[in-house]
Ligand binder design. Structure first.
Ligand SMILES: N[C@@H](CCC(=O)N[C@@H](CS)C(=O)NCC(=O)O)C(=O)O
Length: 207
């Protein structure tokens, strides 16, 4: 099995965490999005990362890949069985991908990607607006949704992976959740990112 995509990507990180939790052996190809590698492009028609190759099967999109892995390697489960818990896990996966990450990535783009890869300066006004006006609304929601070390059904899984992954990018940009304002969210994120699977995903190759 081959996983394409740099570990700097929060979406690639989701899959790296699942592979580590399930103990699946794989080869990591840490390329960047839009890489012309033909095998990667066959798996990811629009050049996005992550993409997976498993023998003659190819698949893109972190959530699609994780659902595939869940069926191929059911233990330990990353998705709950109970109907409401399953619905909520998919809701948090979607929230992580579409509400949270587009905001968490803004400081990372400004302070890490622009100077390091794009030869462009950081716009601190974008970072300040994101931290003071845009992210608090989502942080407030999460603070109210967290009542323990896992978001859904008392067990670590896809919901936690998708919500927590982008916080590593926020940390790489030198920002973090303010523990005084959002104590449950700050403790929750720290607990999830400390898991050995997340630490392995964070340490995986960037390129
Ligand atoms: N929904 C996709 C999103 C993947 C995605 O947008 N990855 C970014 C890198 S973090 C990418 O490849 N961007 C290039 C593009 O949007 O064309 C997933 O969950 O895998």
């Amino acid at each position: 099995m081959k996983l394409y995509g740099t570990s700097l990507s929060p979406f690639v990180r989701k899959v790296l965490v699942v592979l580590a939790e399930k103990g699946v052996e794989f080869k990591h190809v840490p390329l960047r999005f839009h890489d012309p590698d033909p095998r990667f492009r066959a798996a990811s028609p629009f050049g996005k990362i992550p993409a997976l190759e498993d023998e003659d099967f190819r698949l893109a999109d972190s959530s699609a890949i994780i659902h595939y892995l869940e069926r191929r390697h059911p233990e330990p489960a990353m998705l709950p069985r109970e109907a409401r818990d399953l619905g909520r896990a998919i809701w948090f996966d979607e929230l992580g991908d579409t509400e949270l990450f587009p905001l968490l990535v803004k400081p990372f783009v400004q302070r890490v990607l622009r100077p390091r890869f794009m030869n462009q300066p950081c716009d601190e006004a974008v970072v300040a607006r994101c931290m003071t006006e845009e992210l608090p609304r989502v942080f407030d929601h999460l603070e109210g949704a967290i009542d323990g070390p896992a978001l859904v059904g008392g067990a670590f899984g896809l919901a936690d992976i998708s919500v927590a992954t982008g916080f590593h990018n926020l940390h790489l940009a030198g920002e973090a959740v303010e523990p005084k304002r959002w104590p449950r969210l700050a403790a929750y994120v720290a607990g999830i990112l400390e898991r050995p699977s997340f630490q392995a995903a964070i340490a995986a190759r960037q390129g």
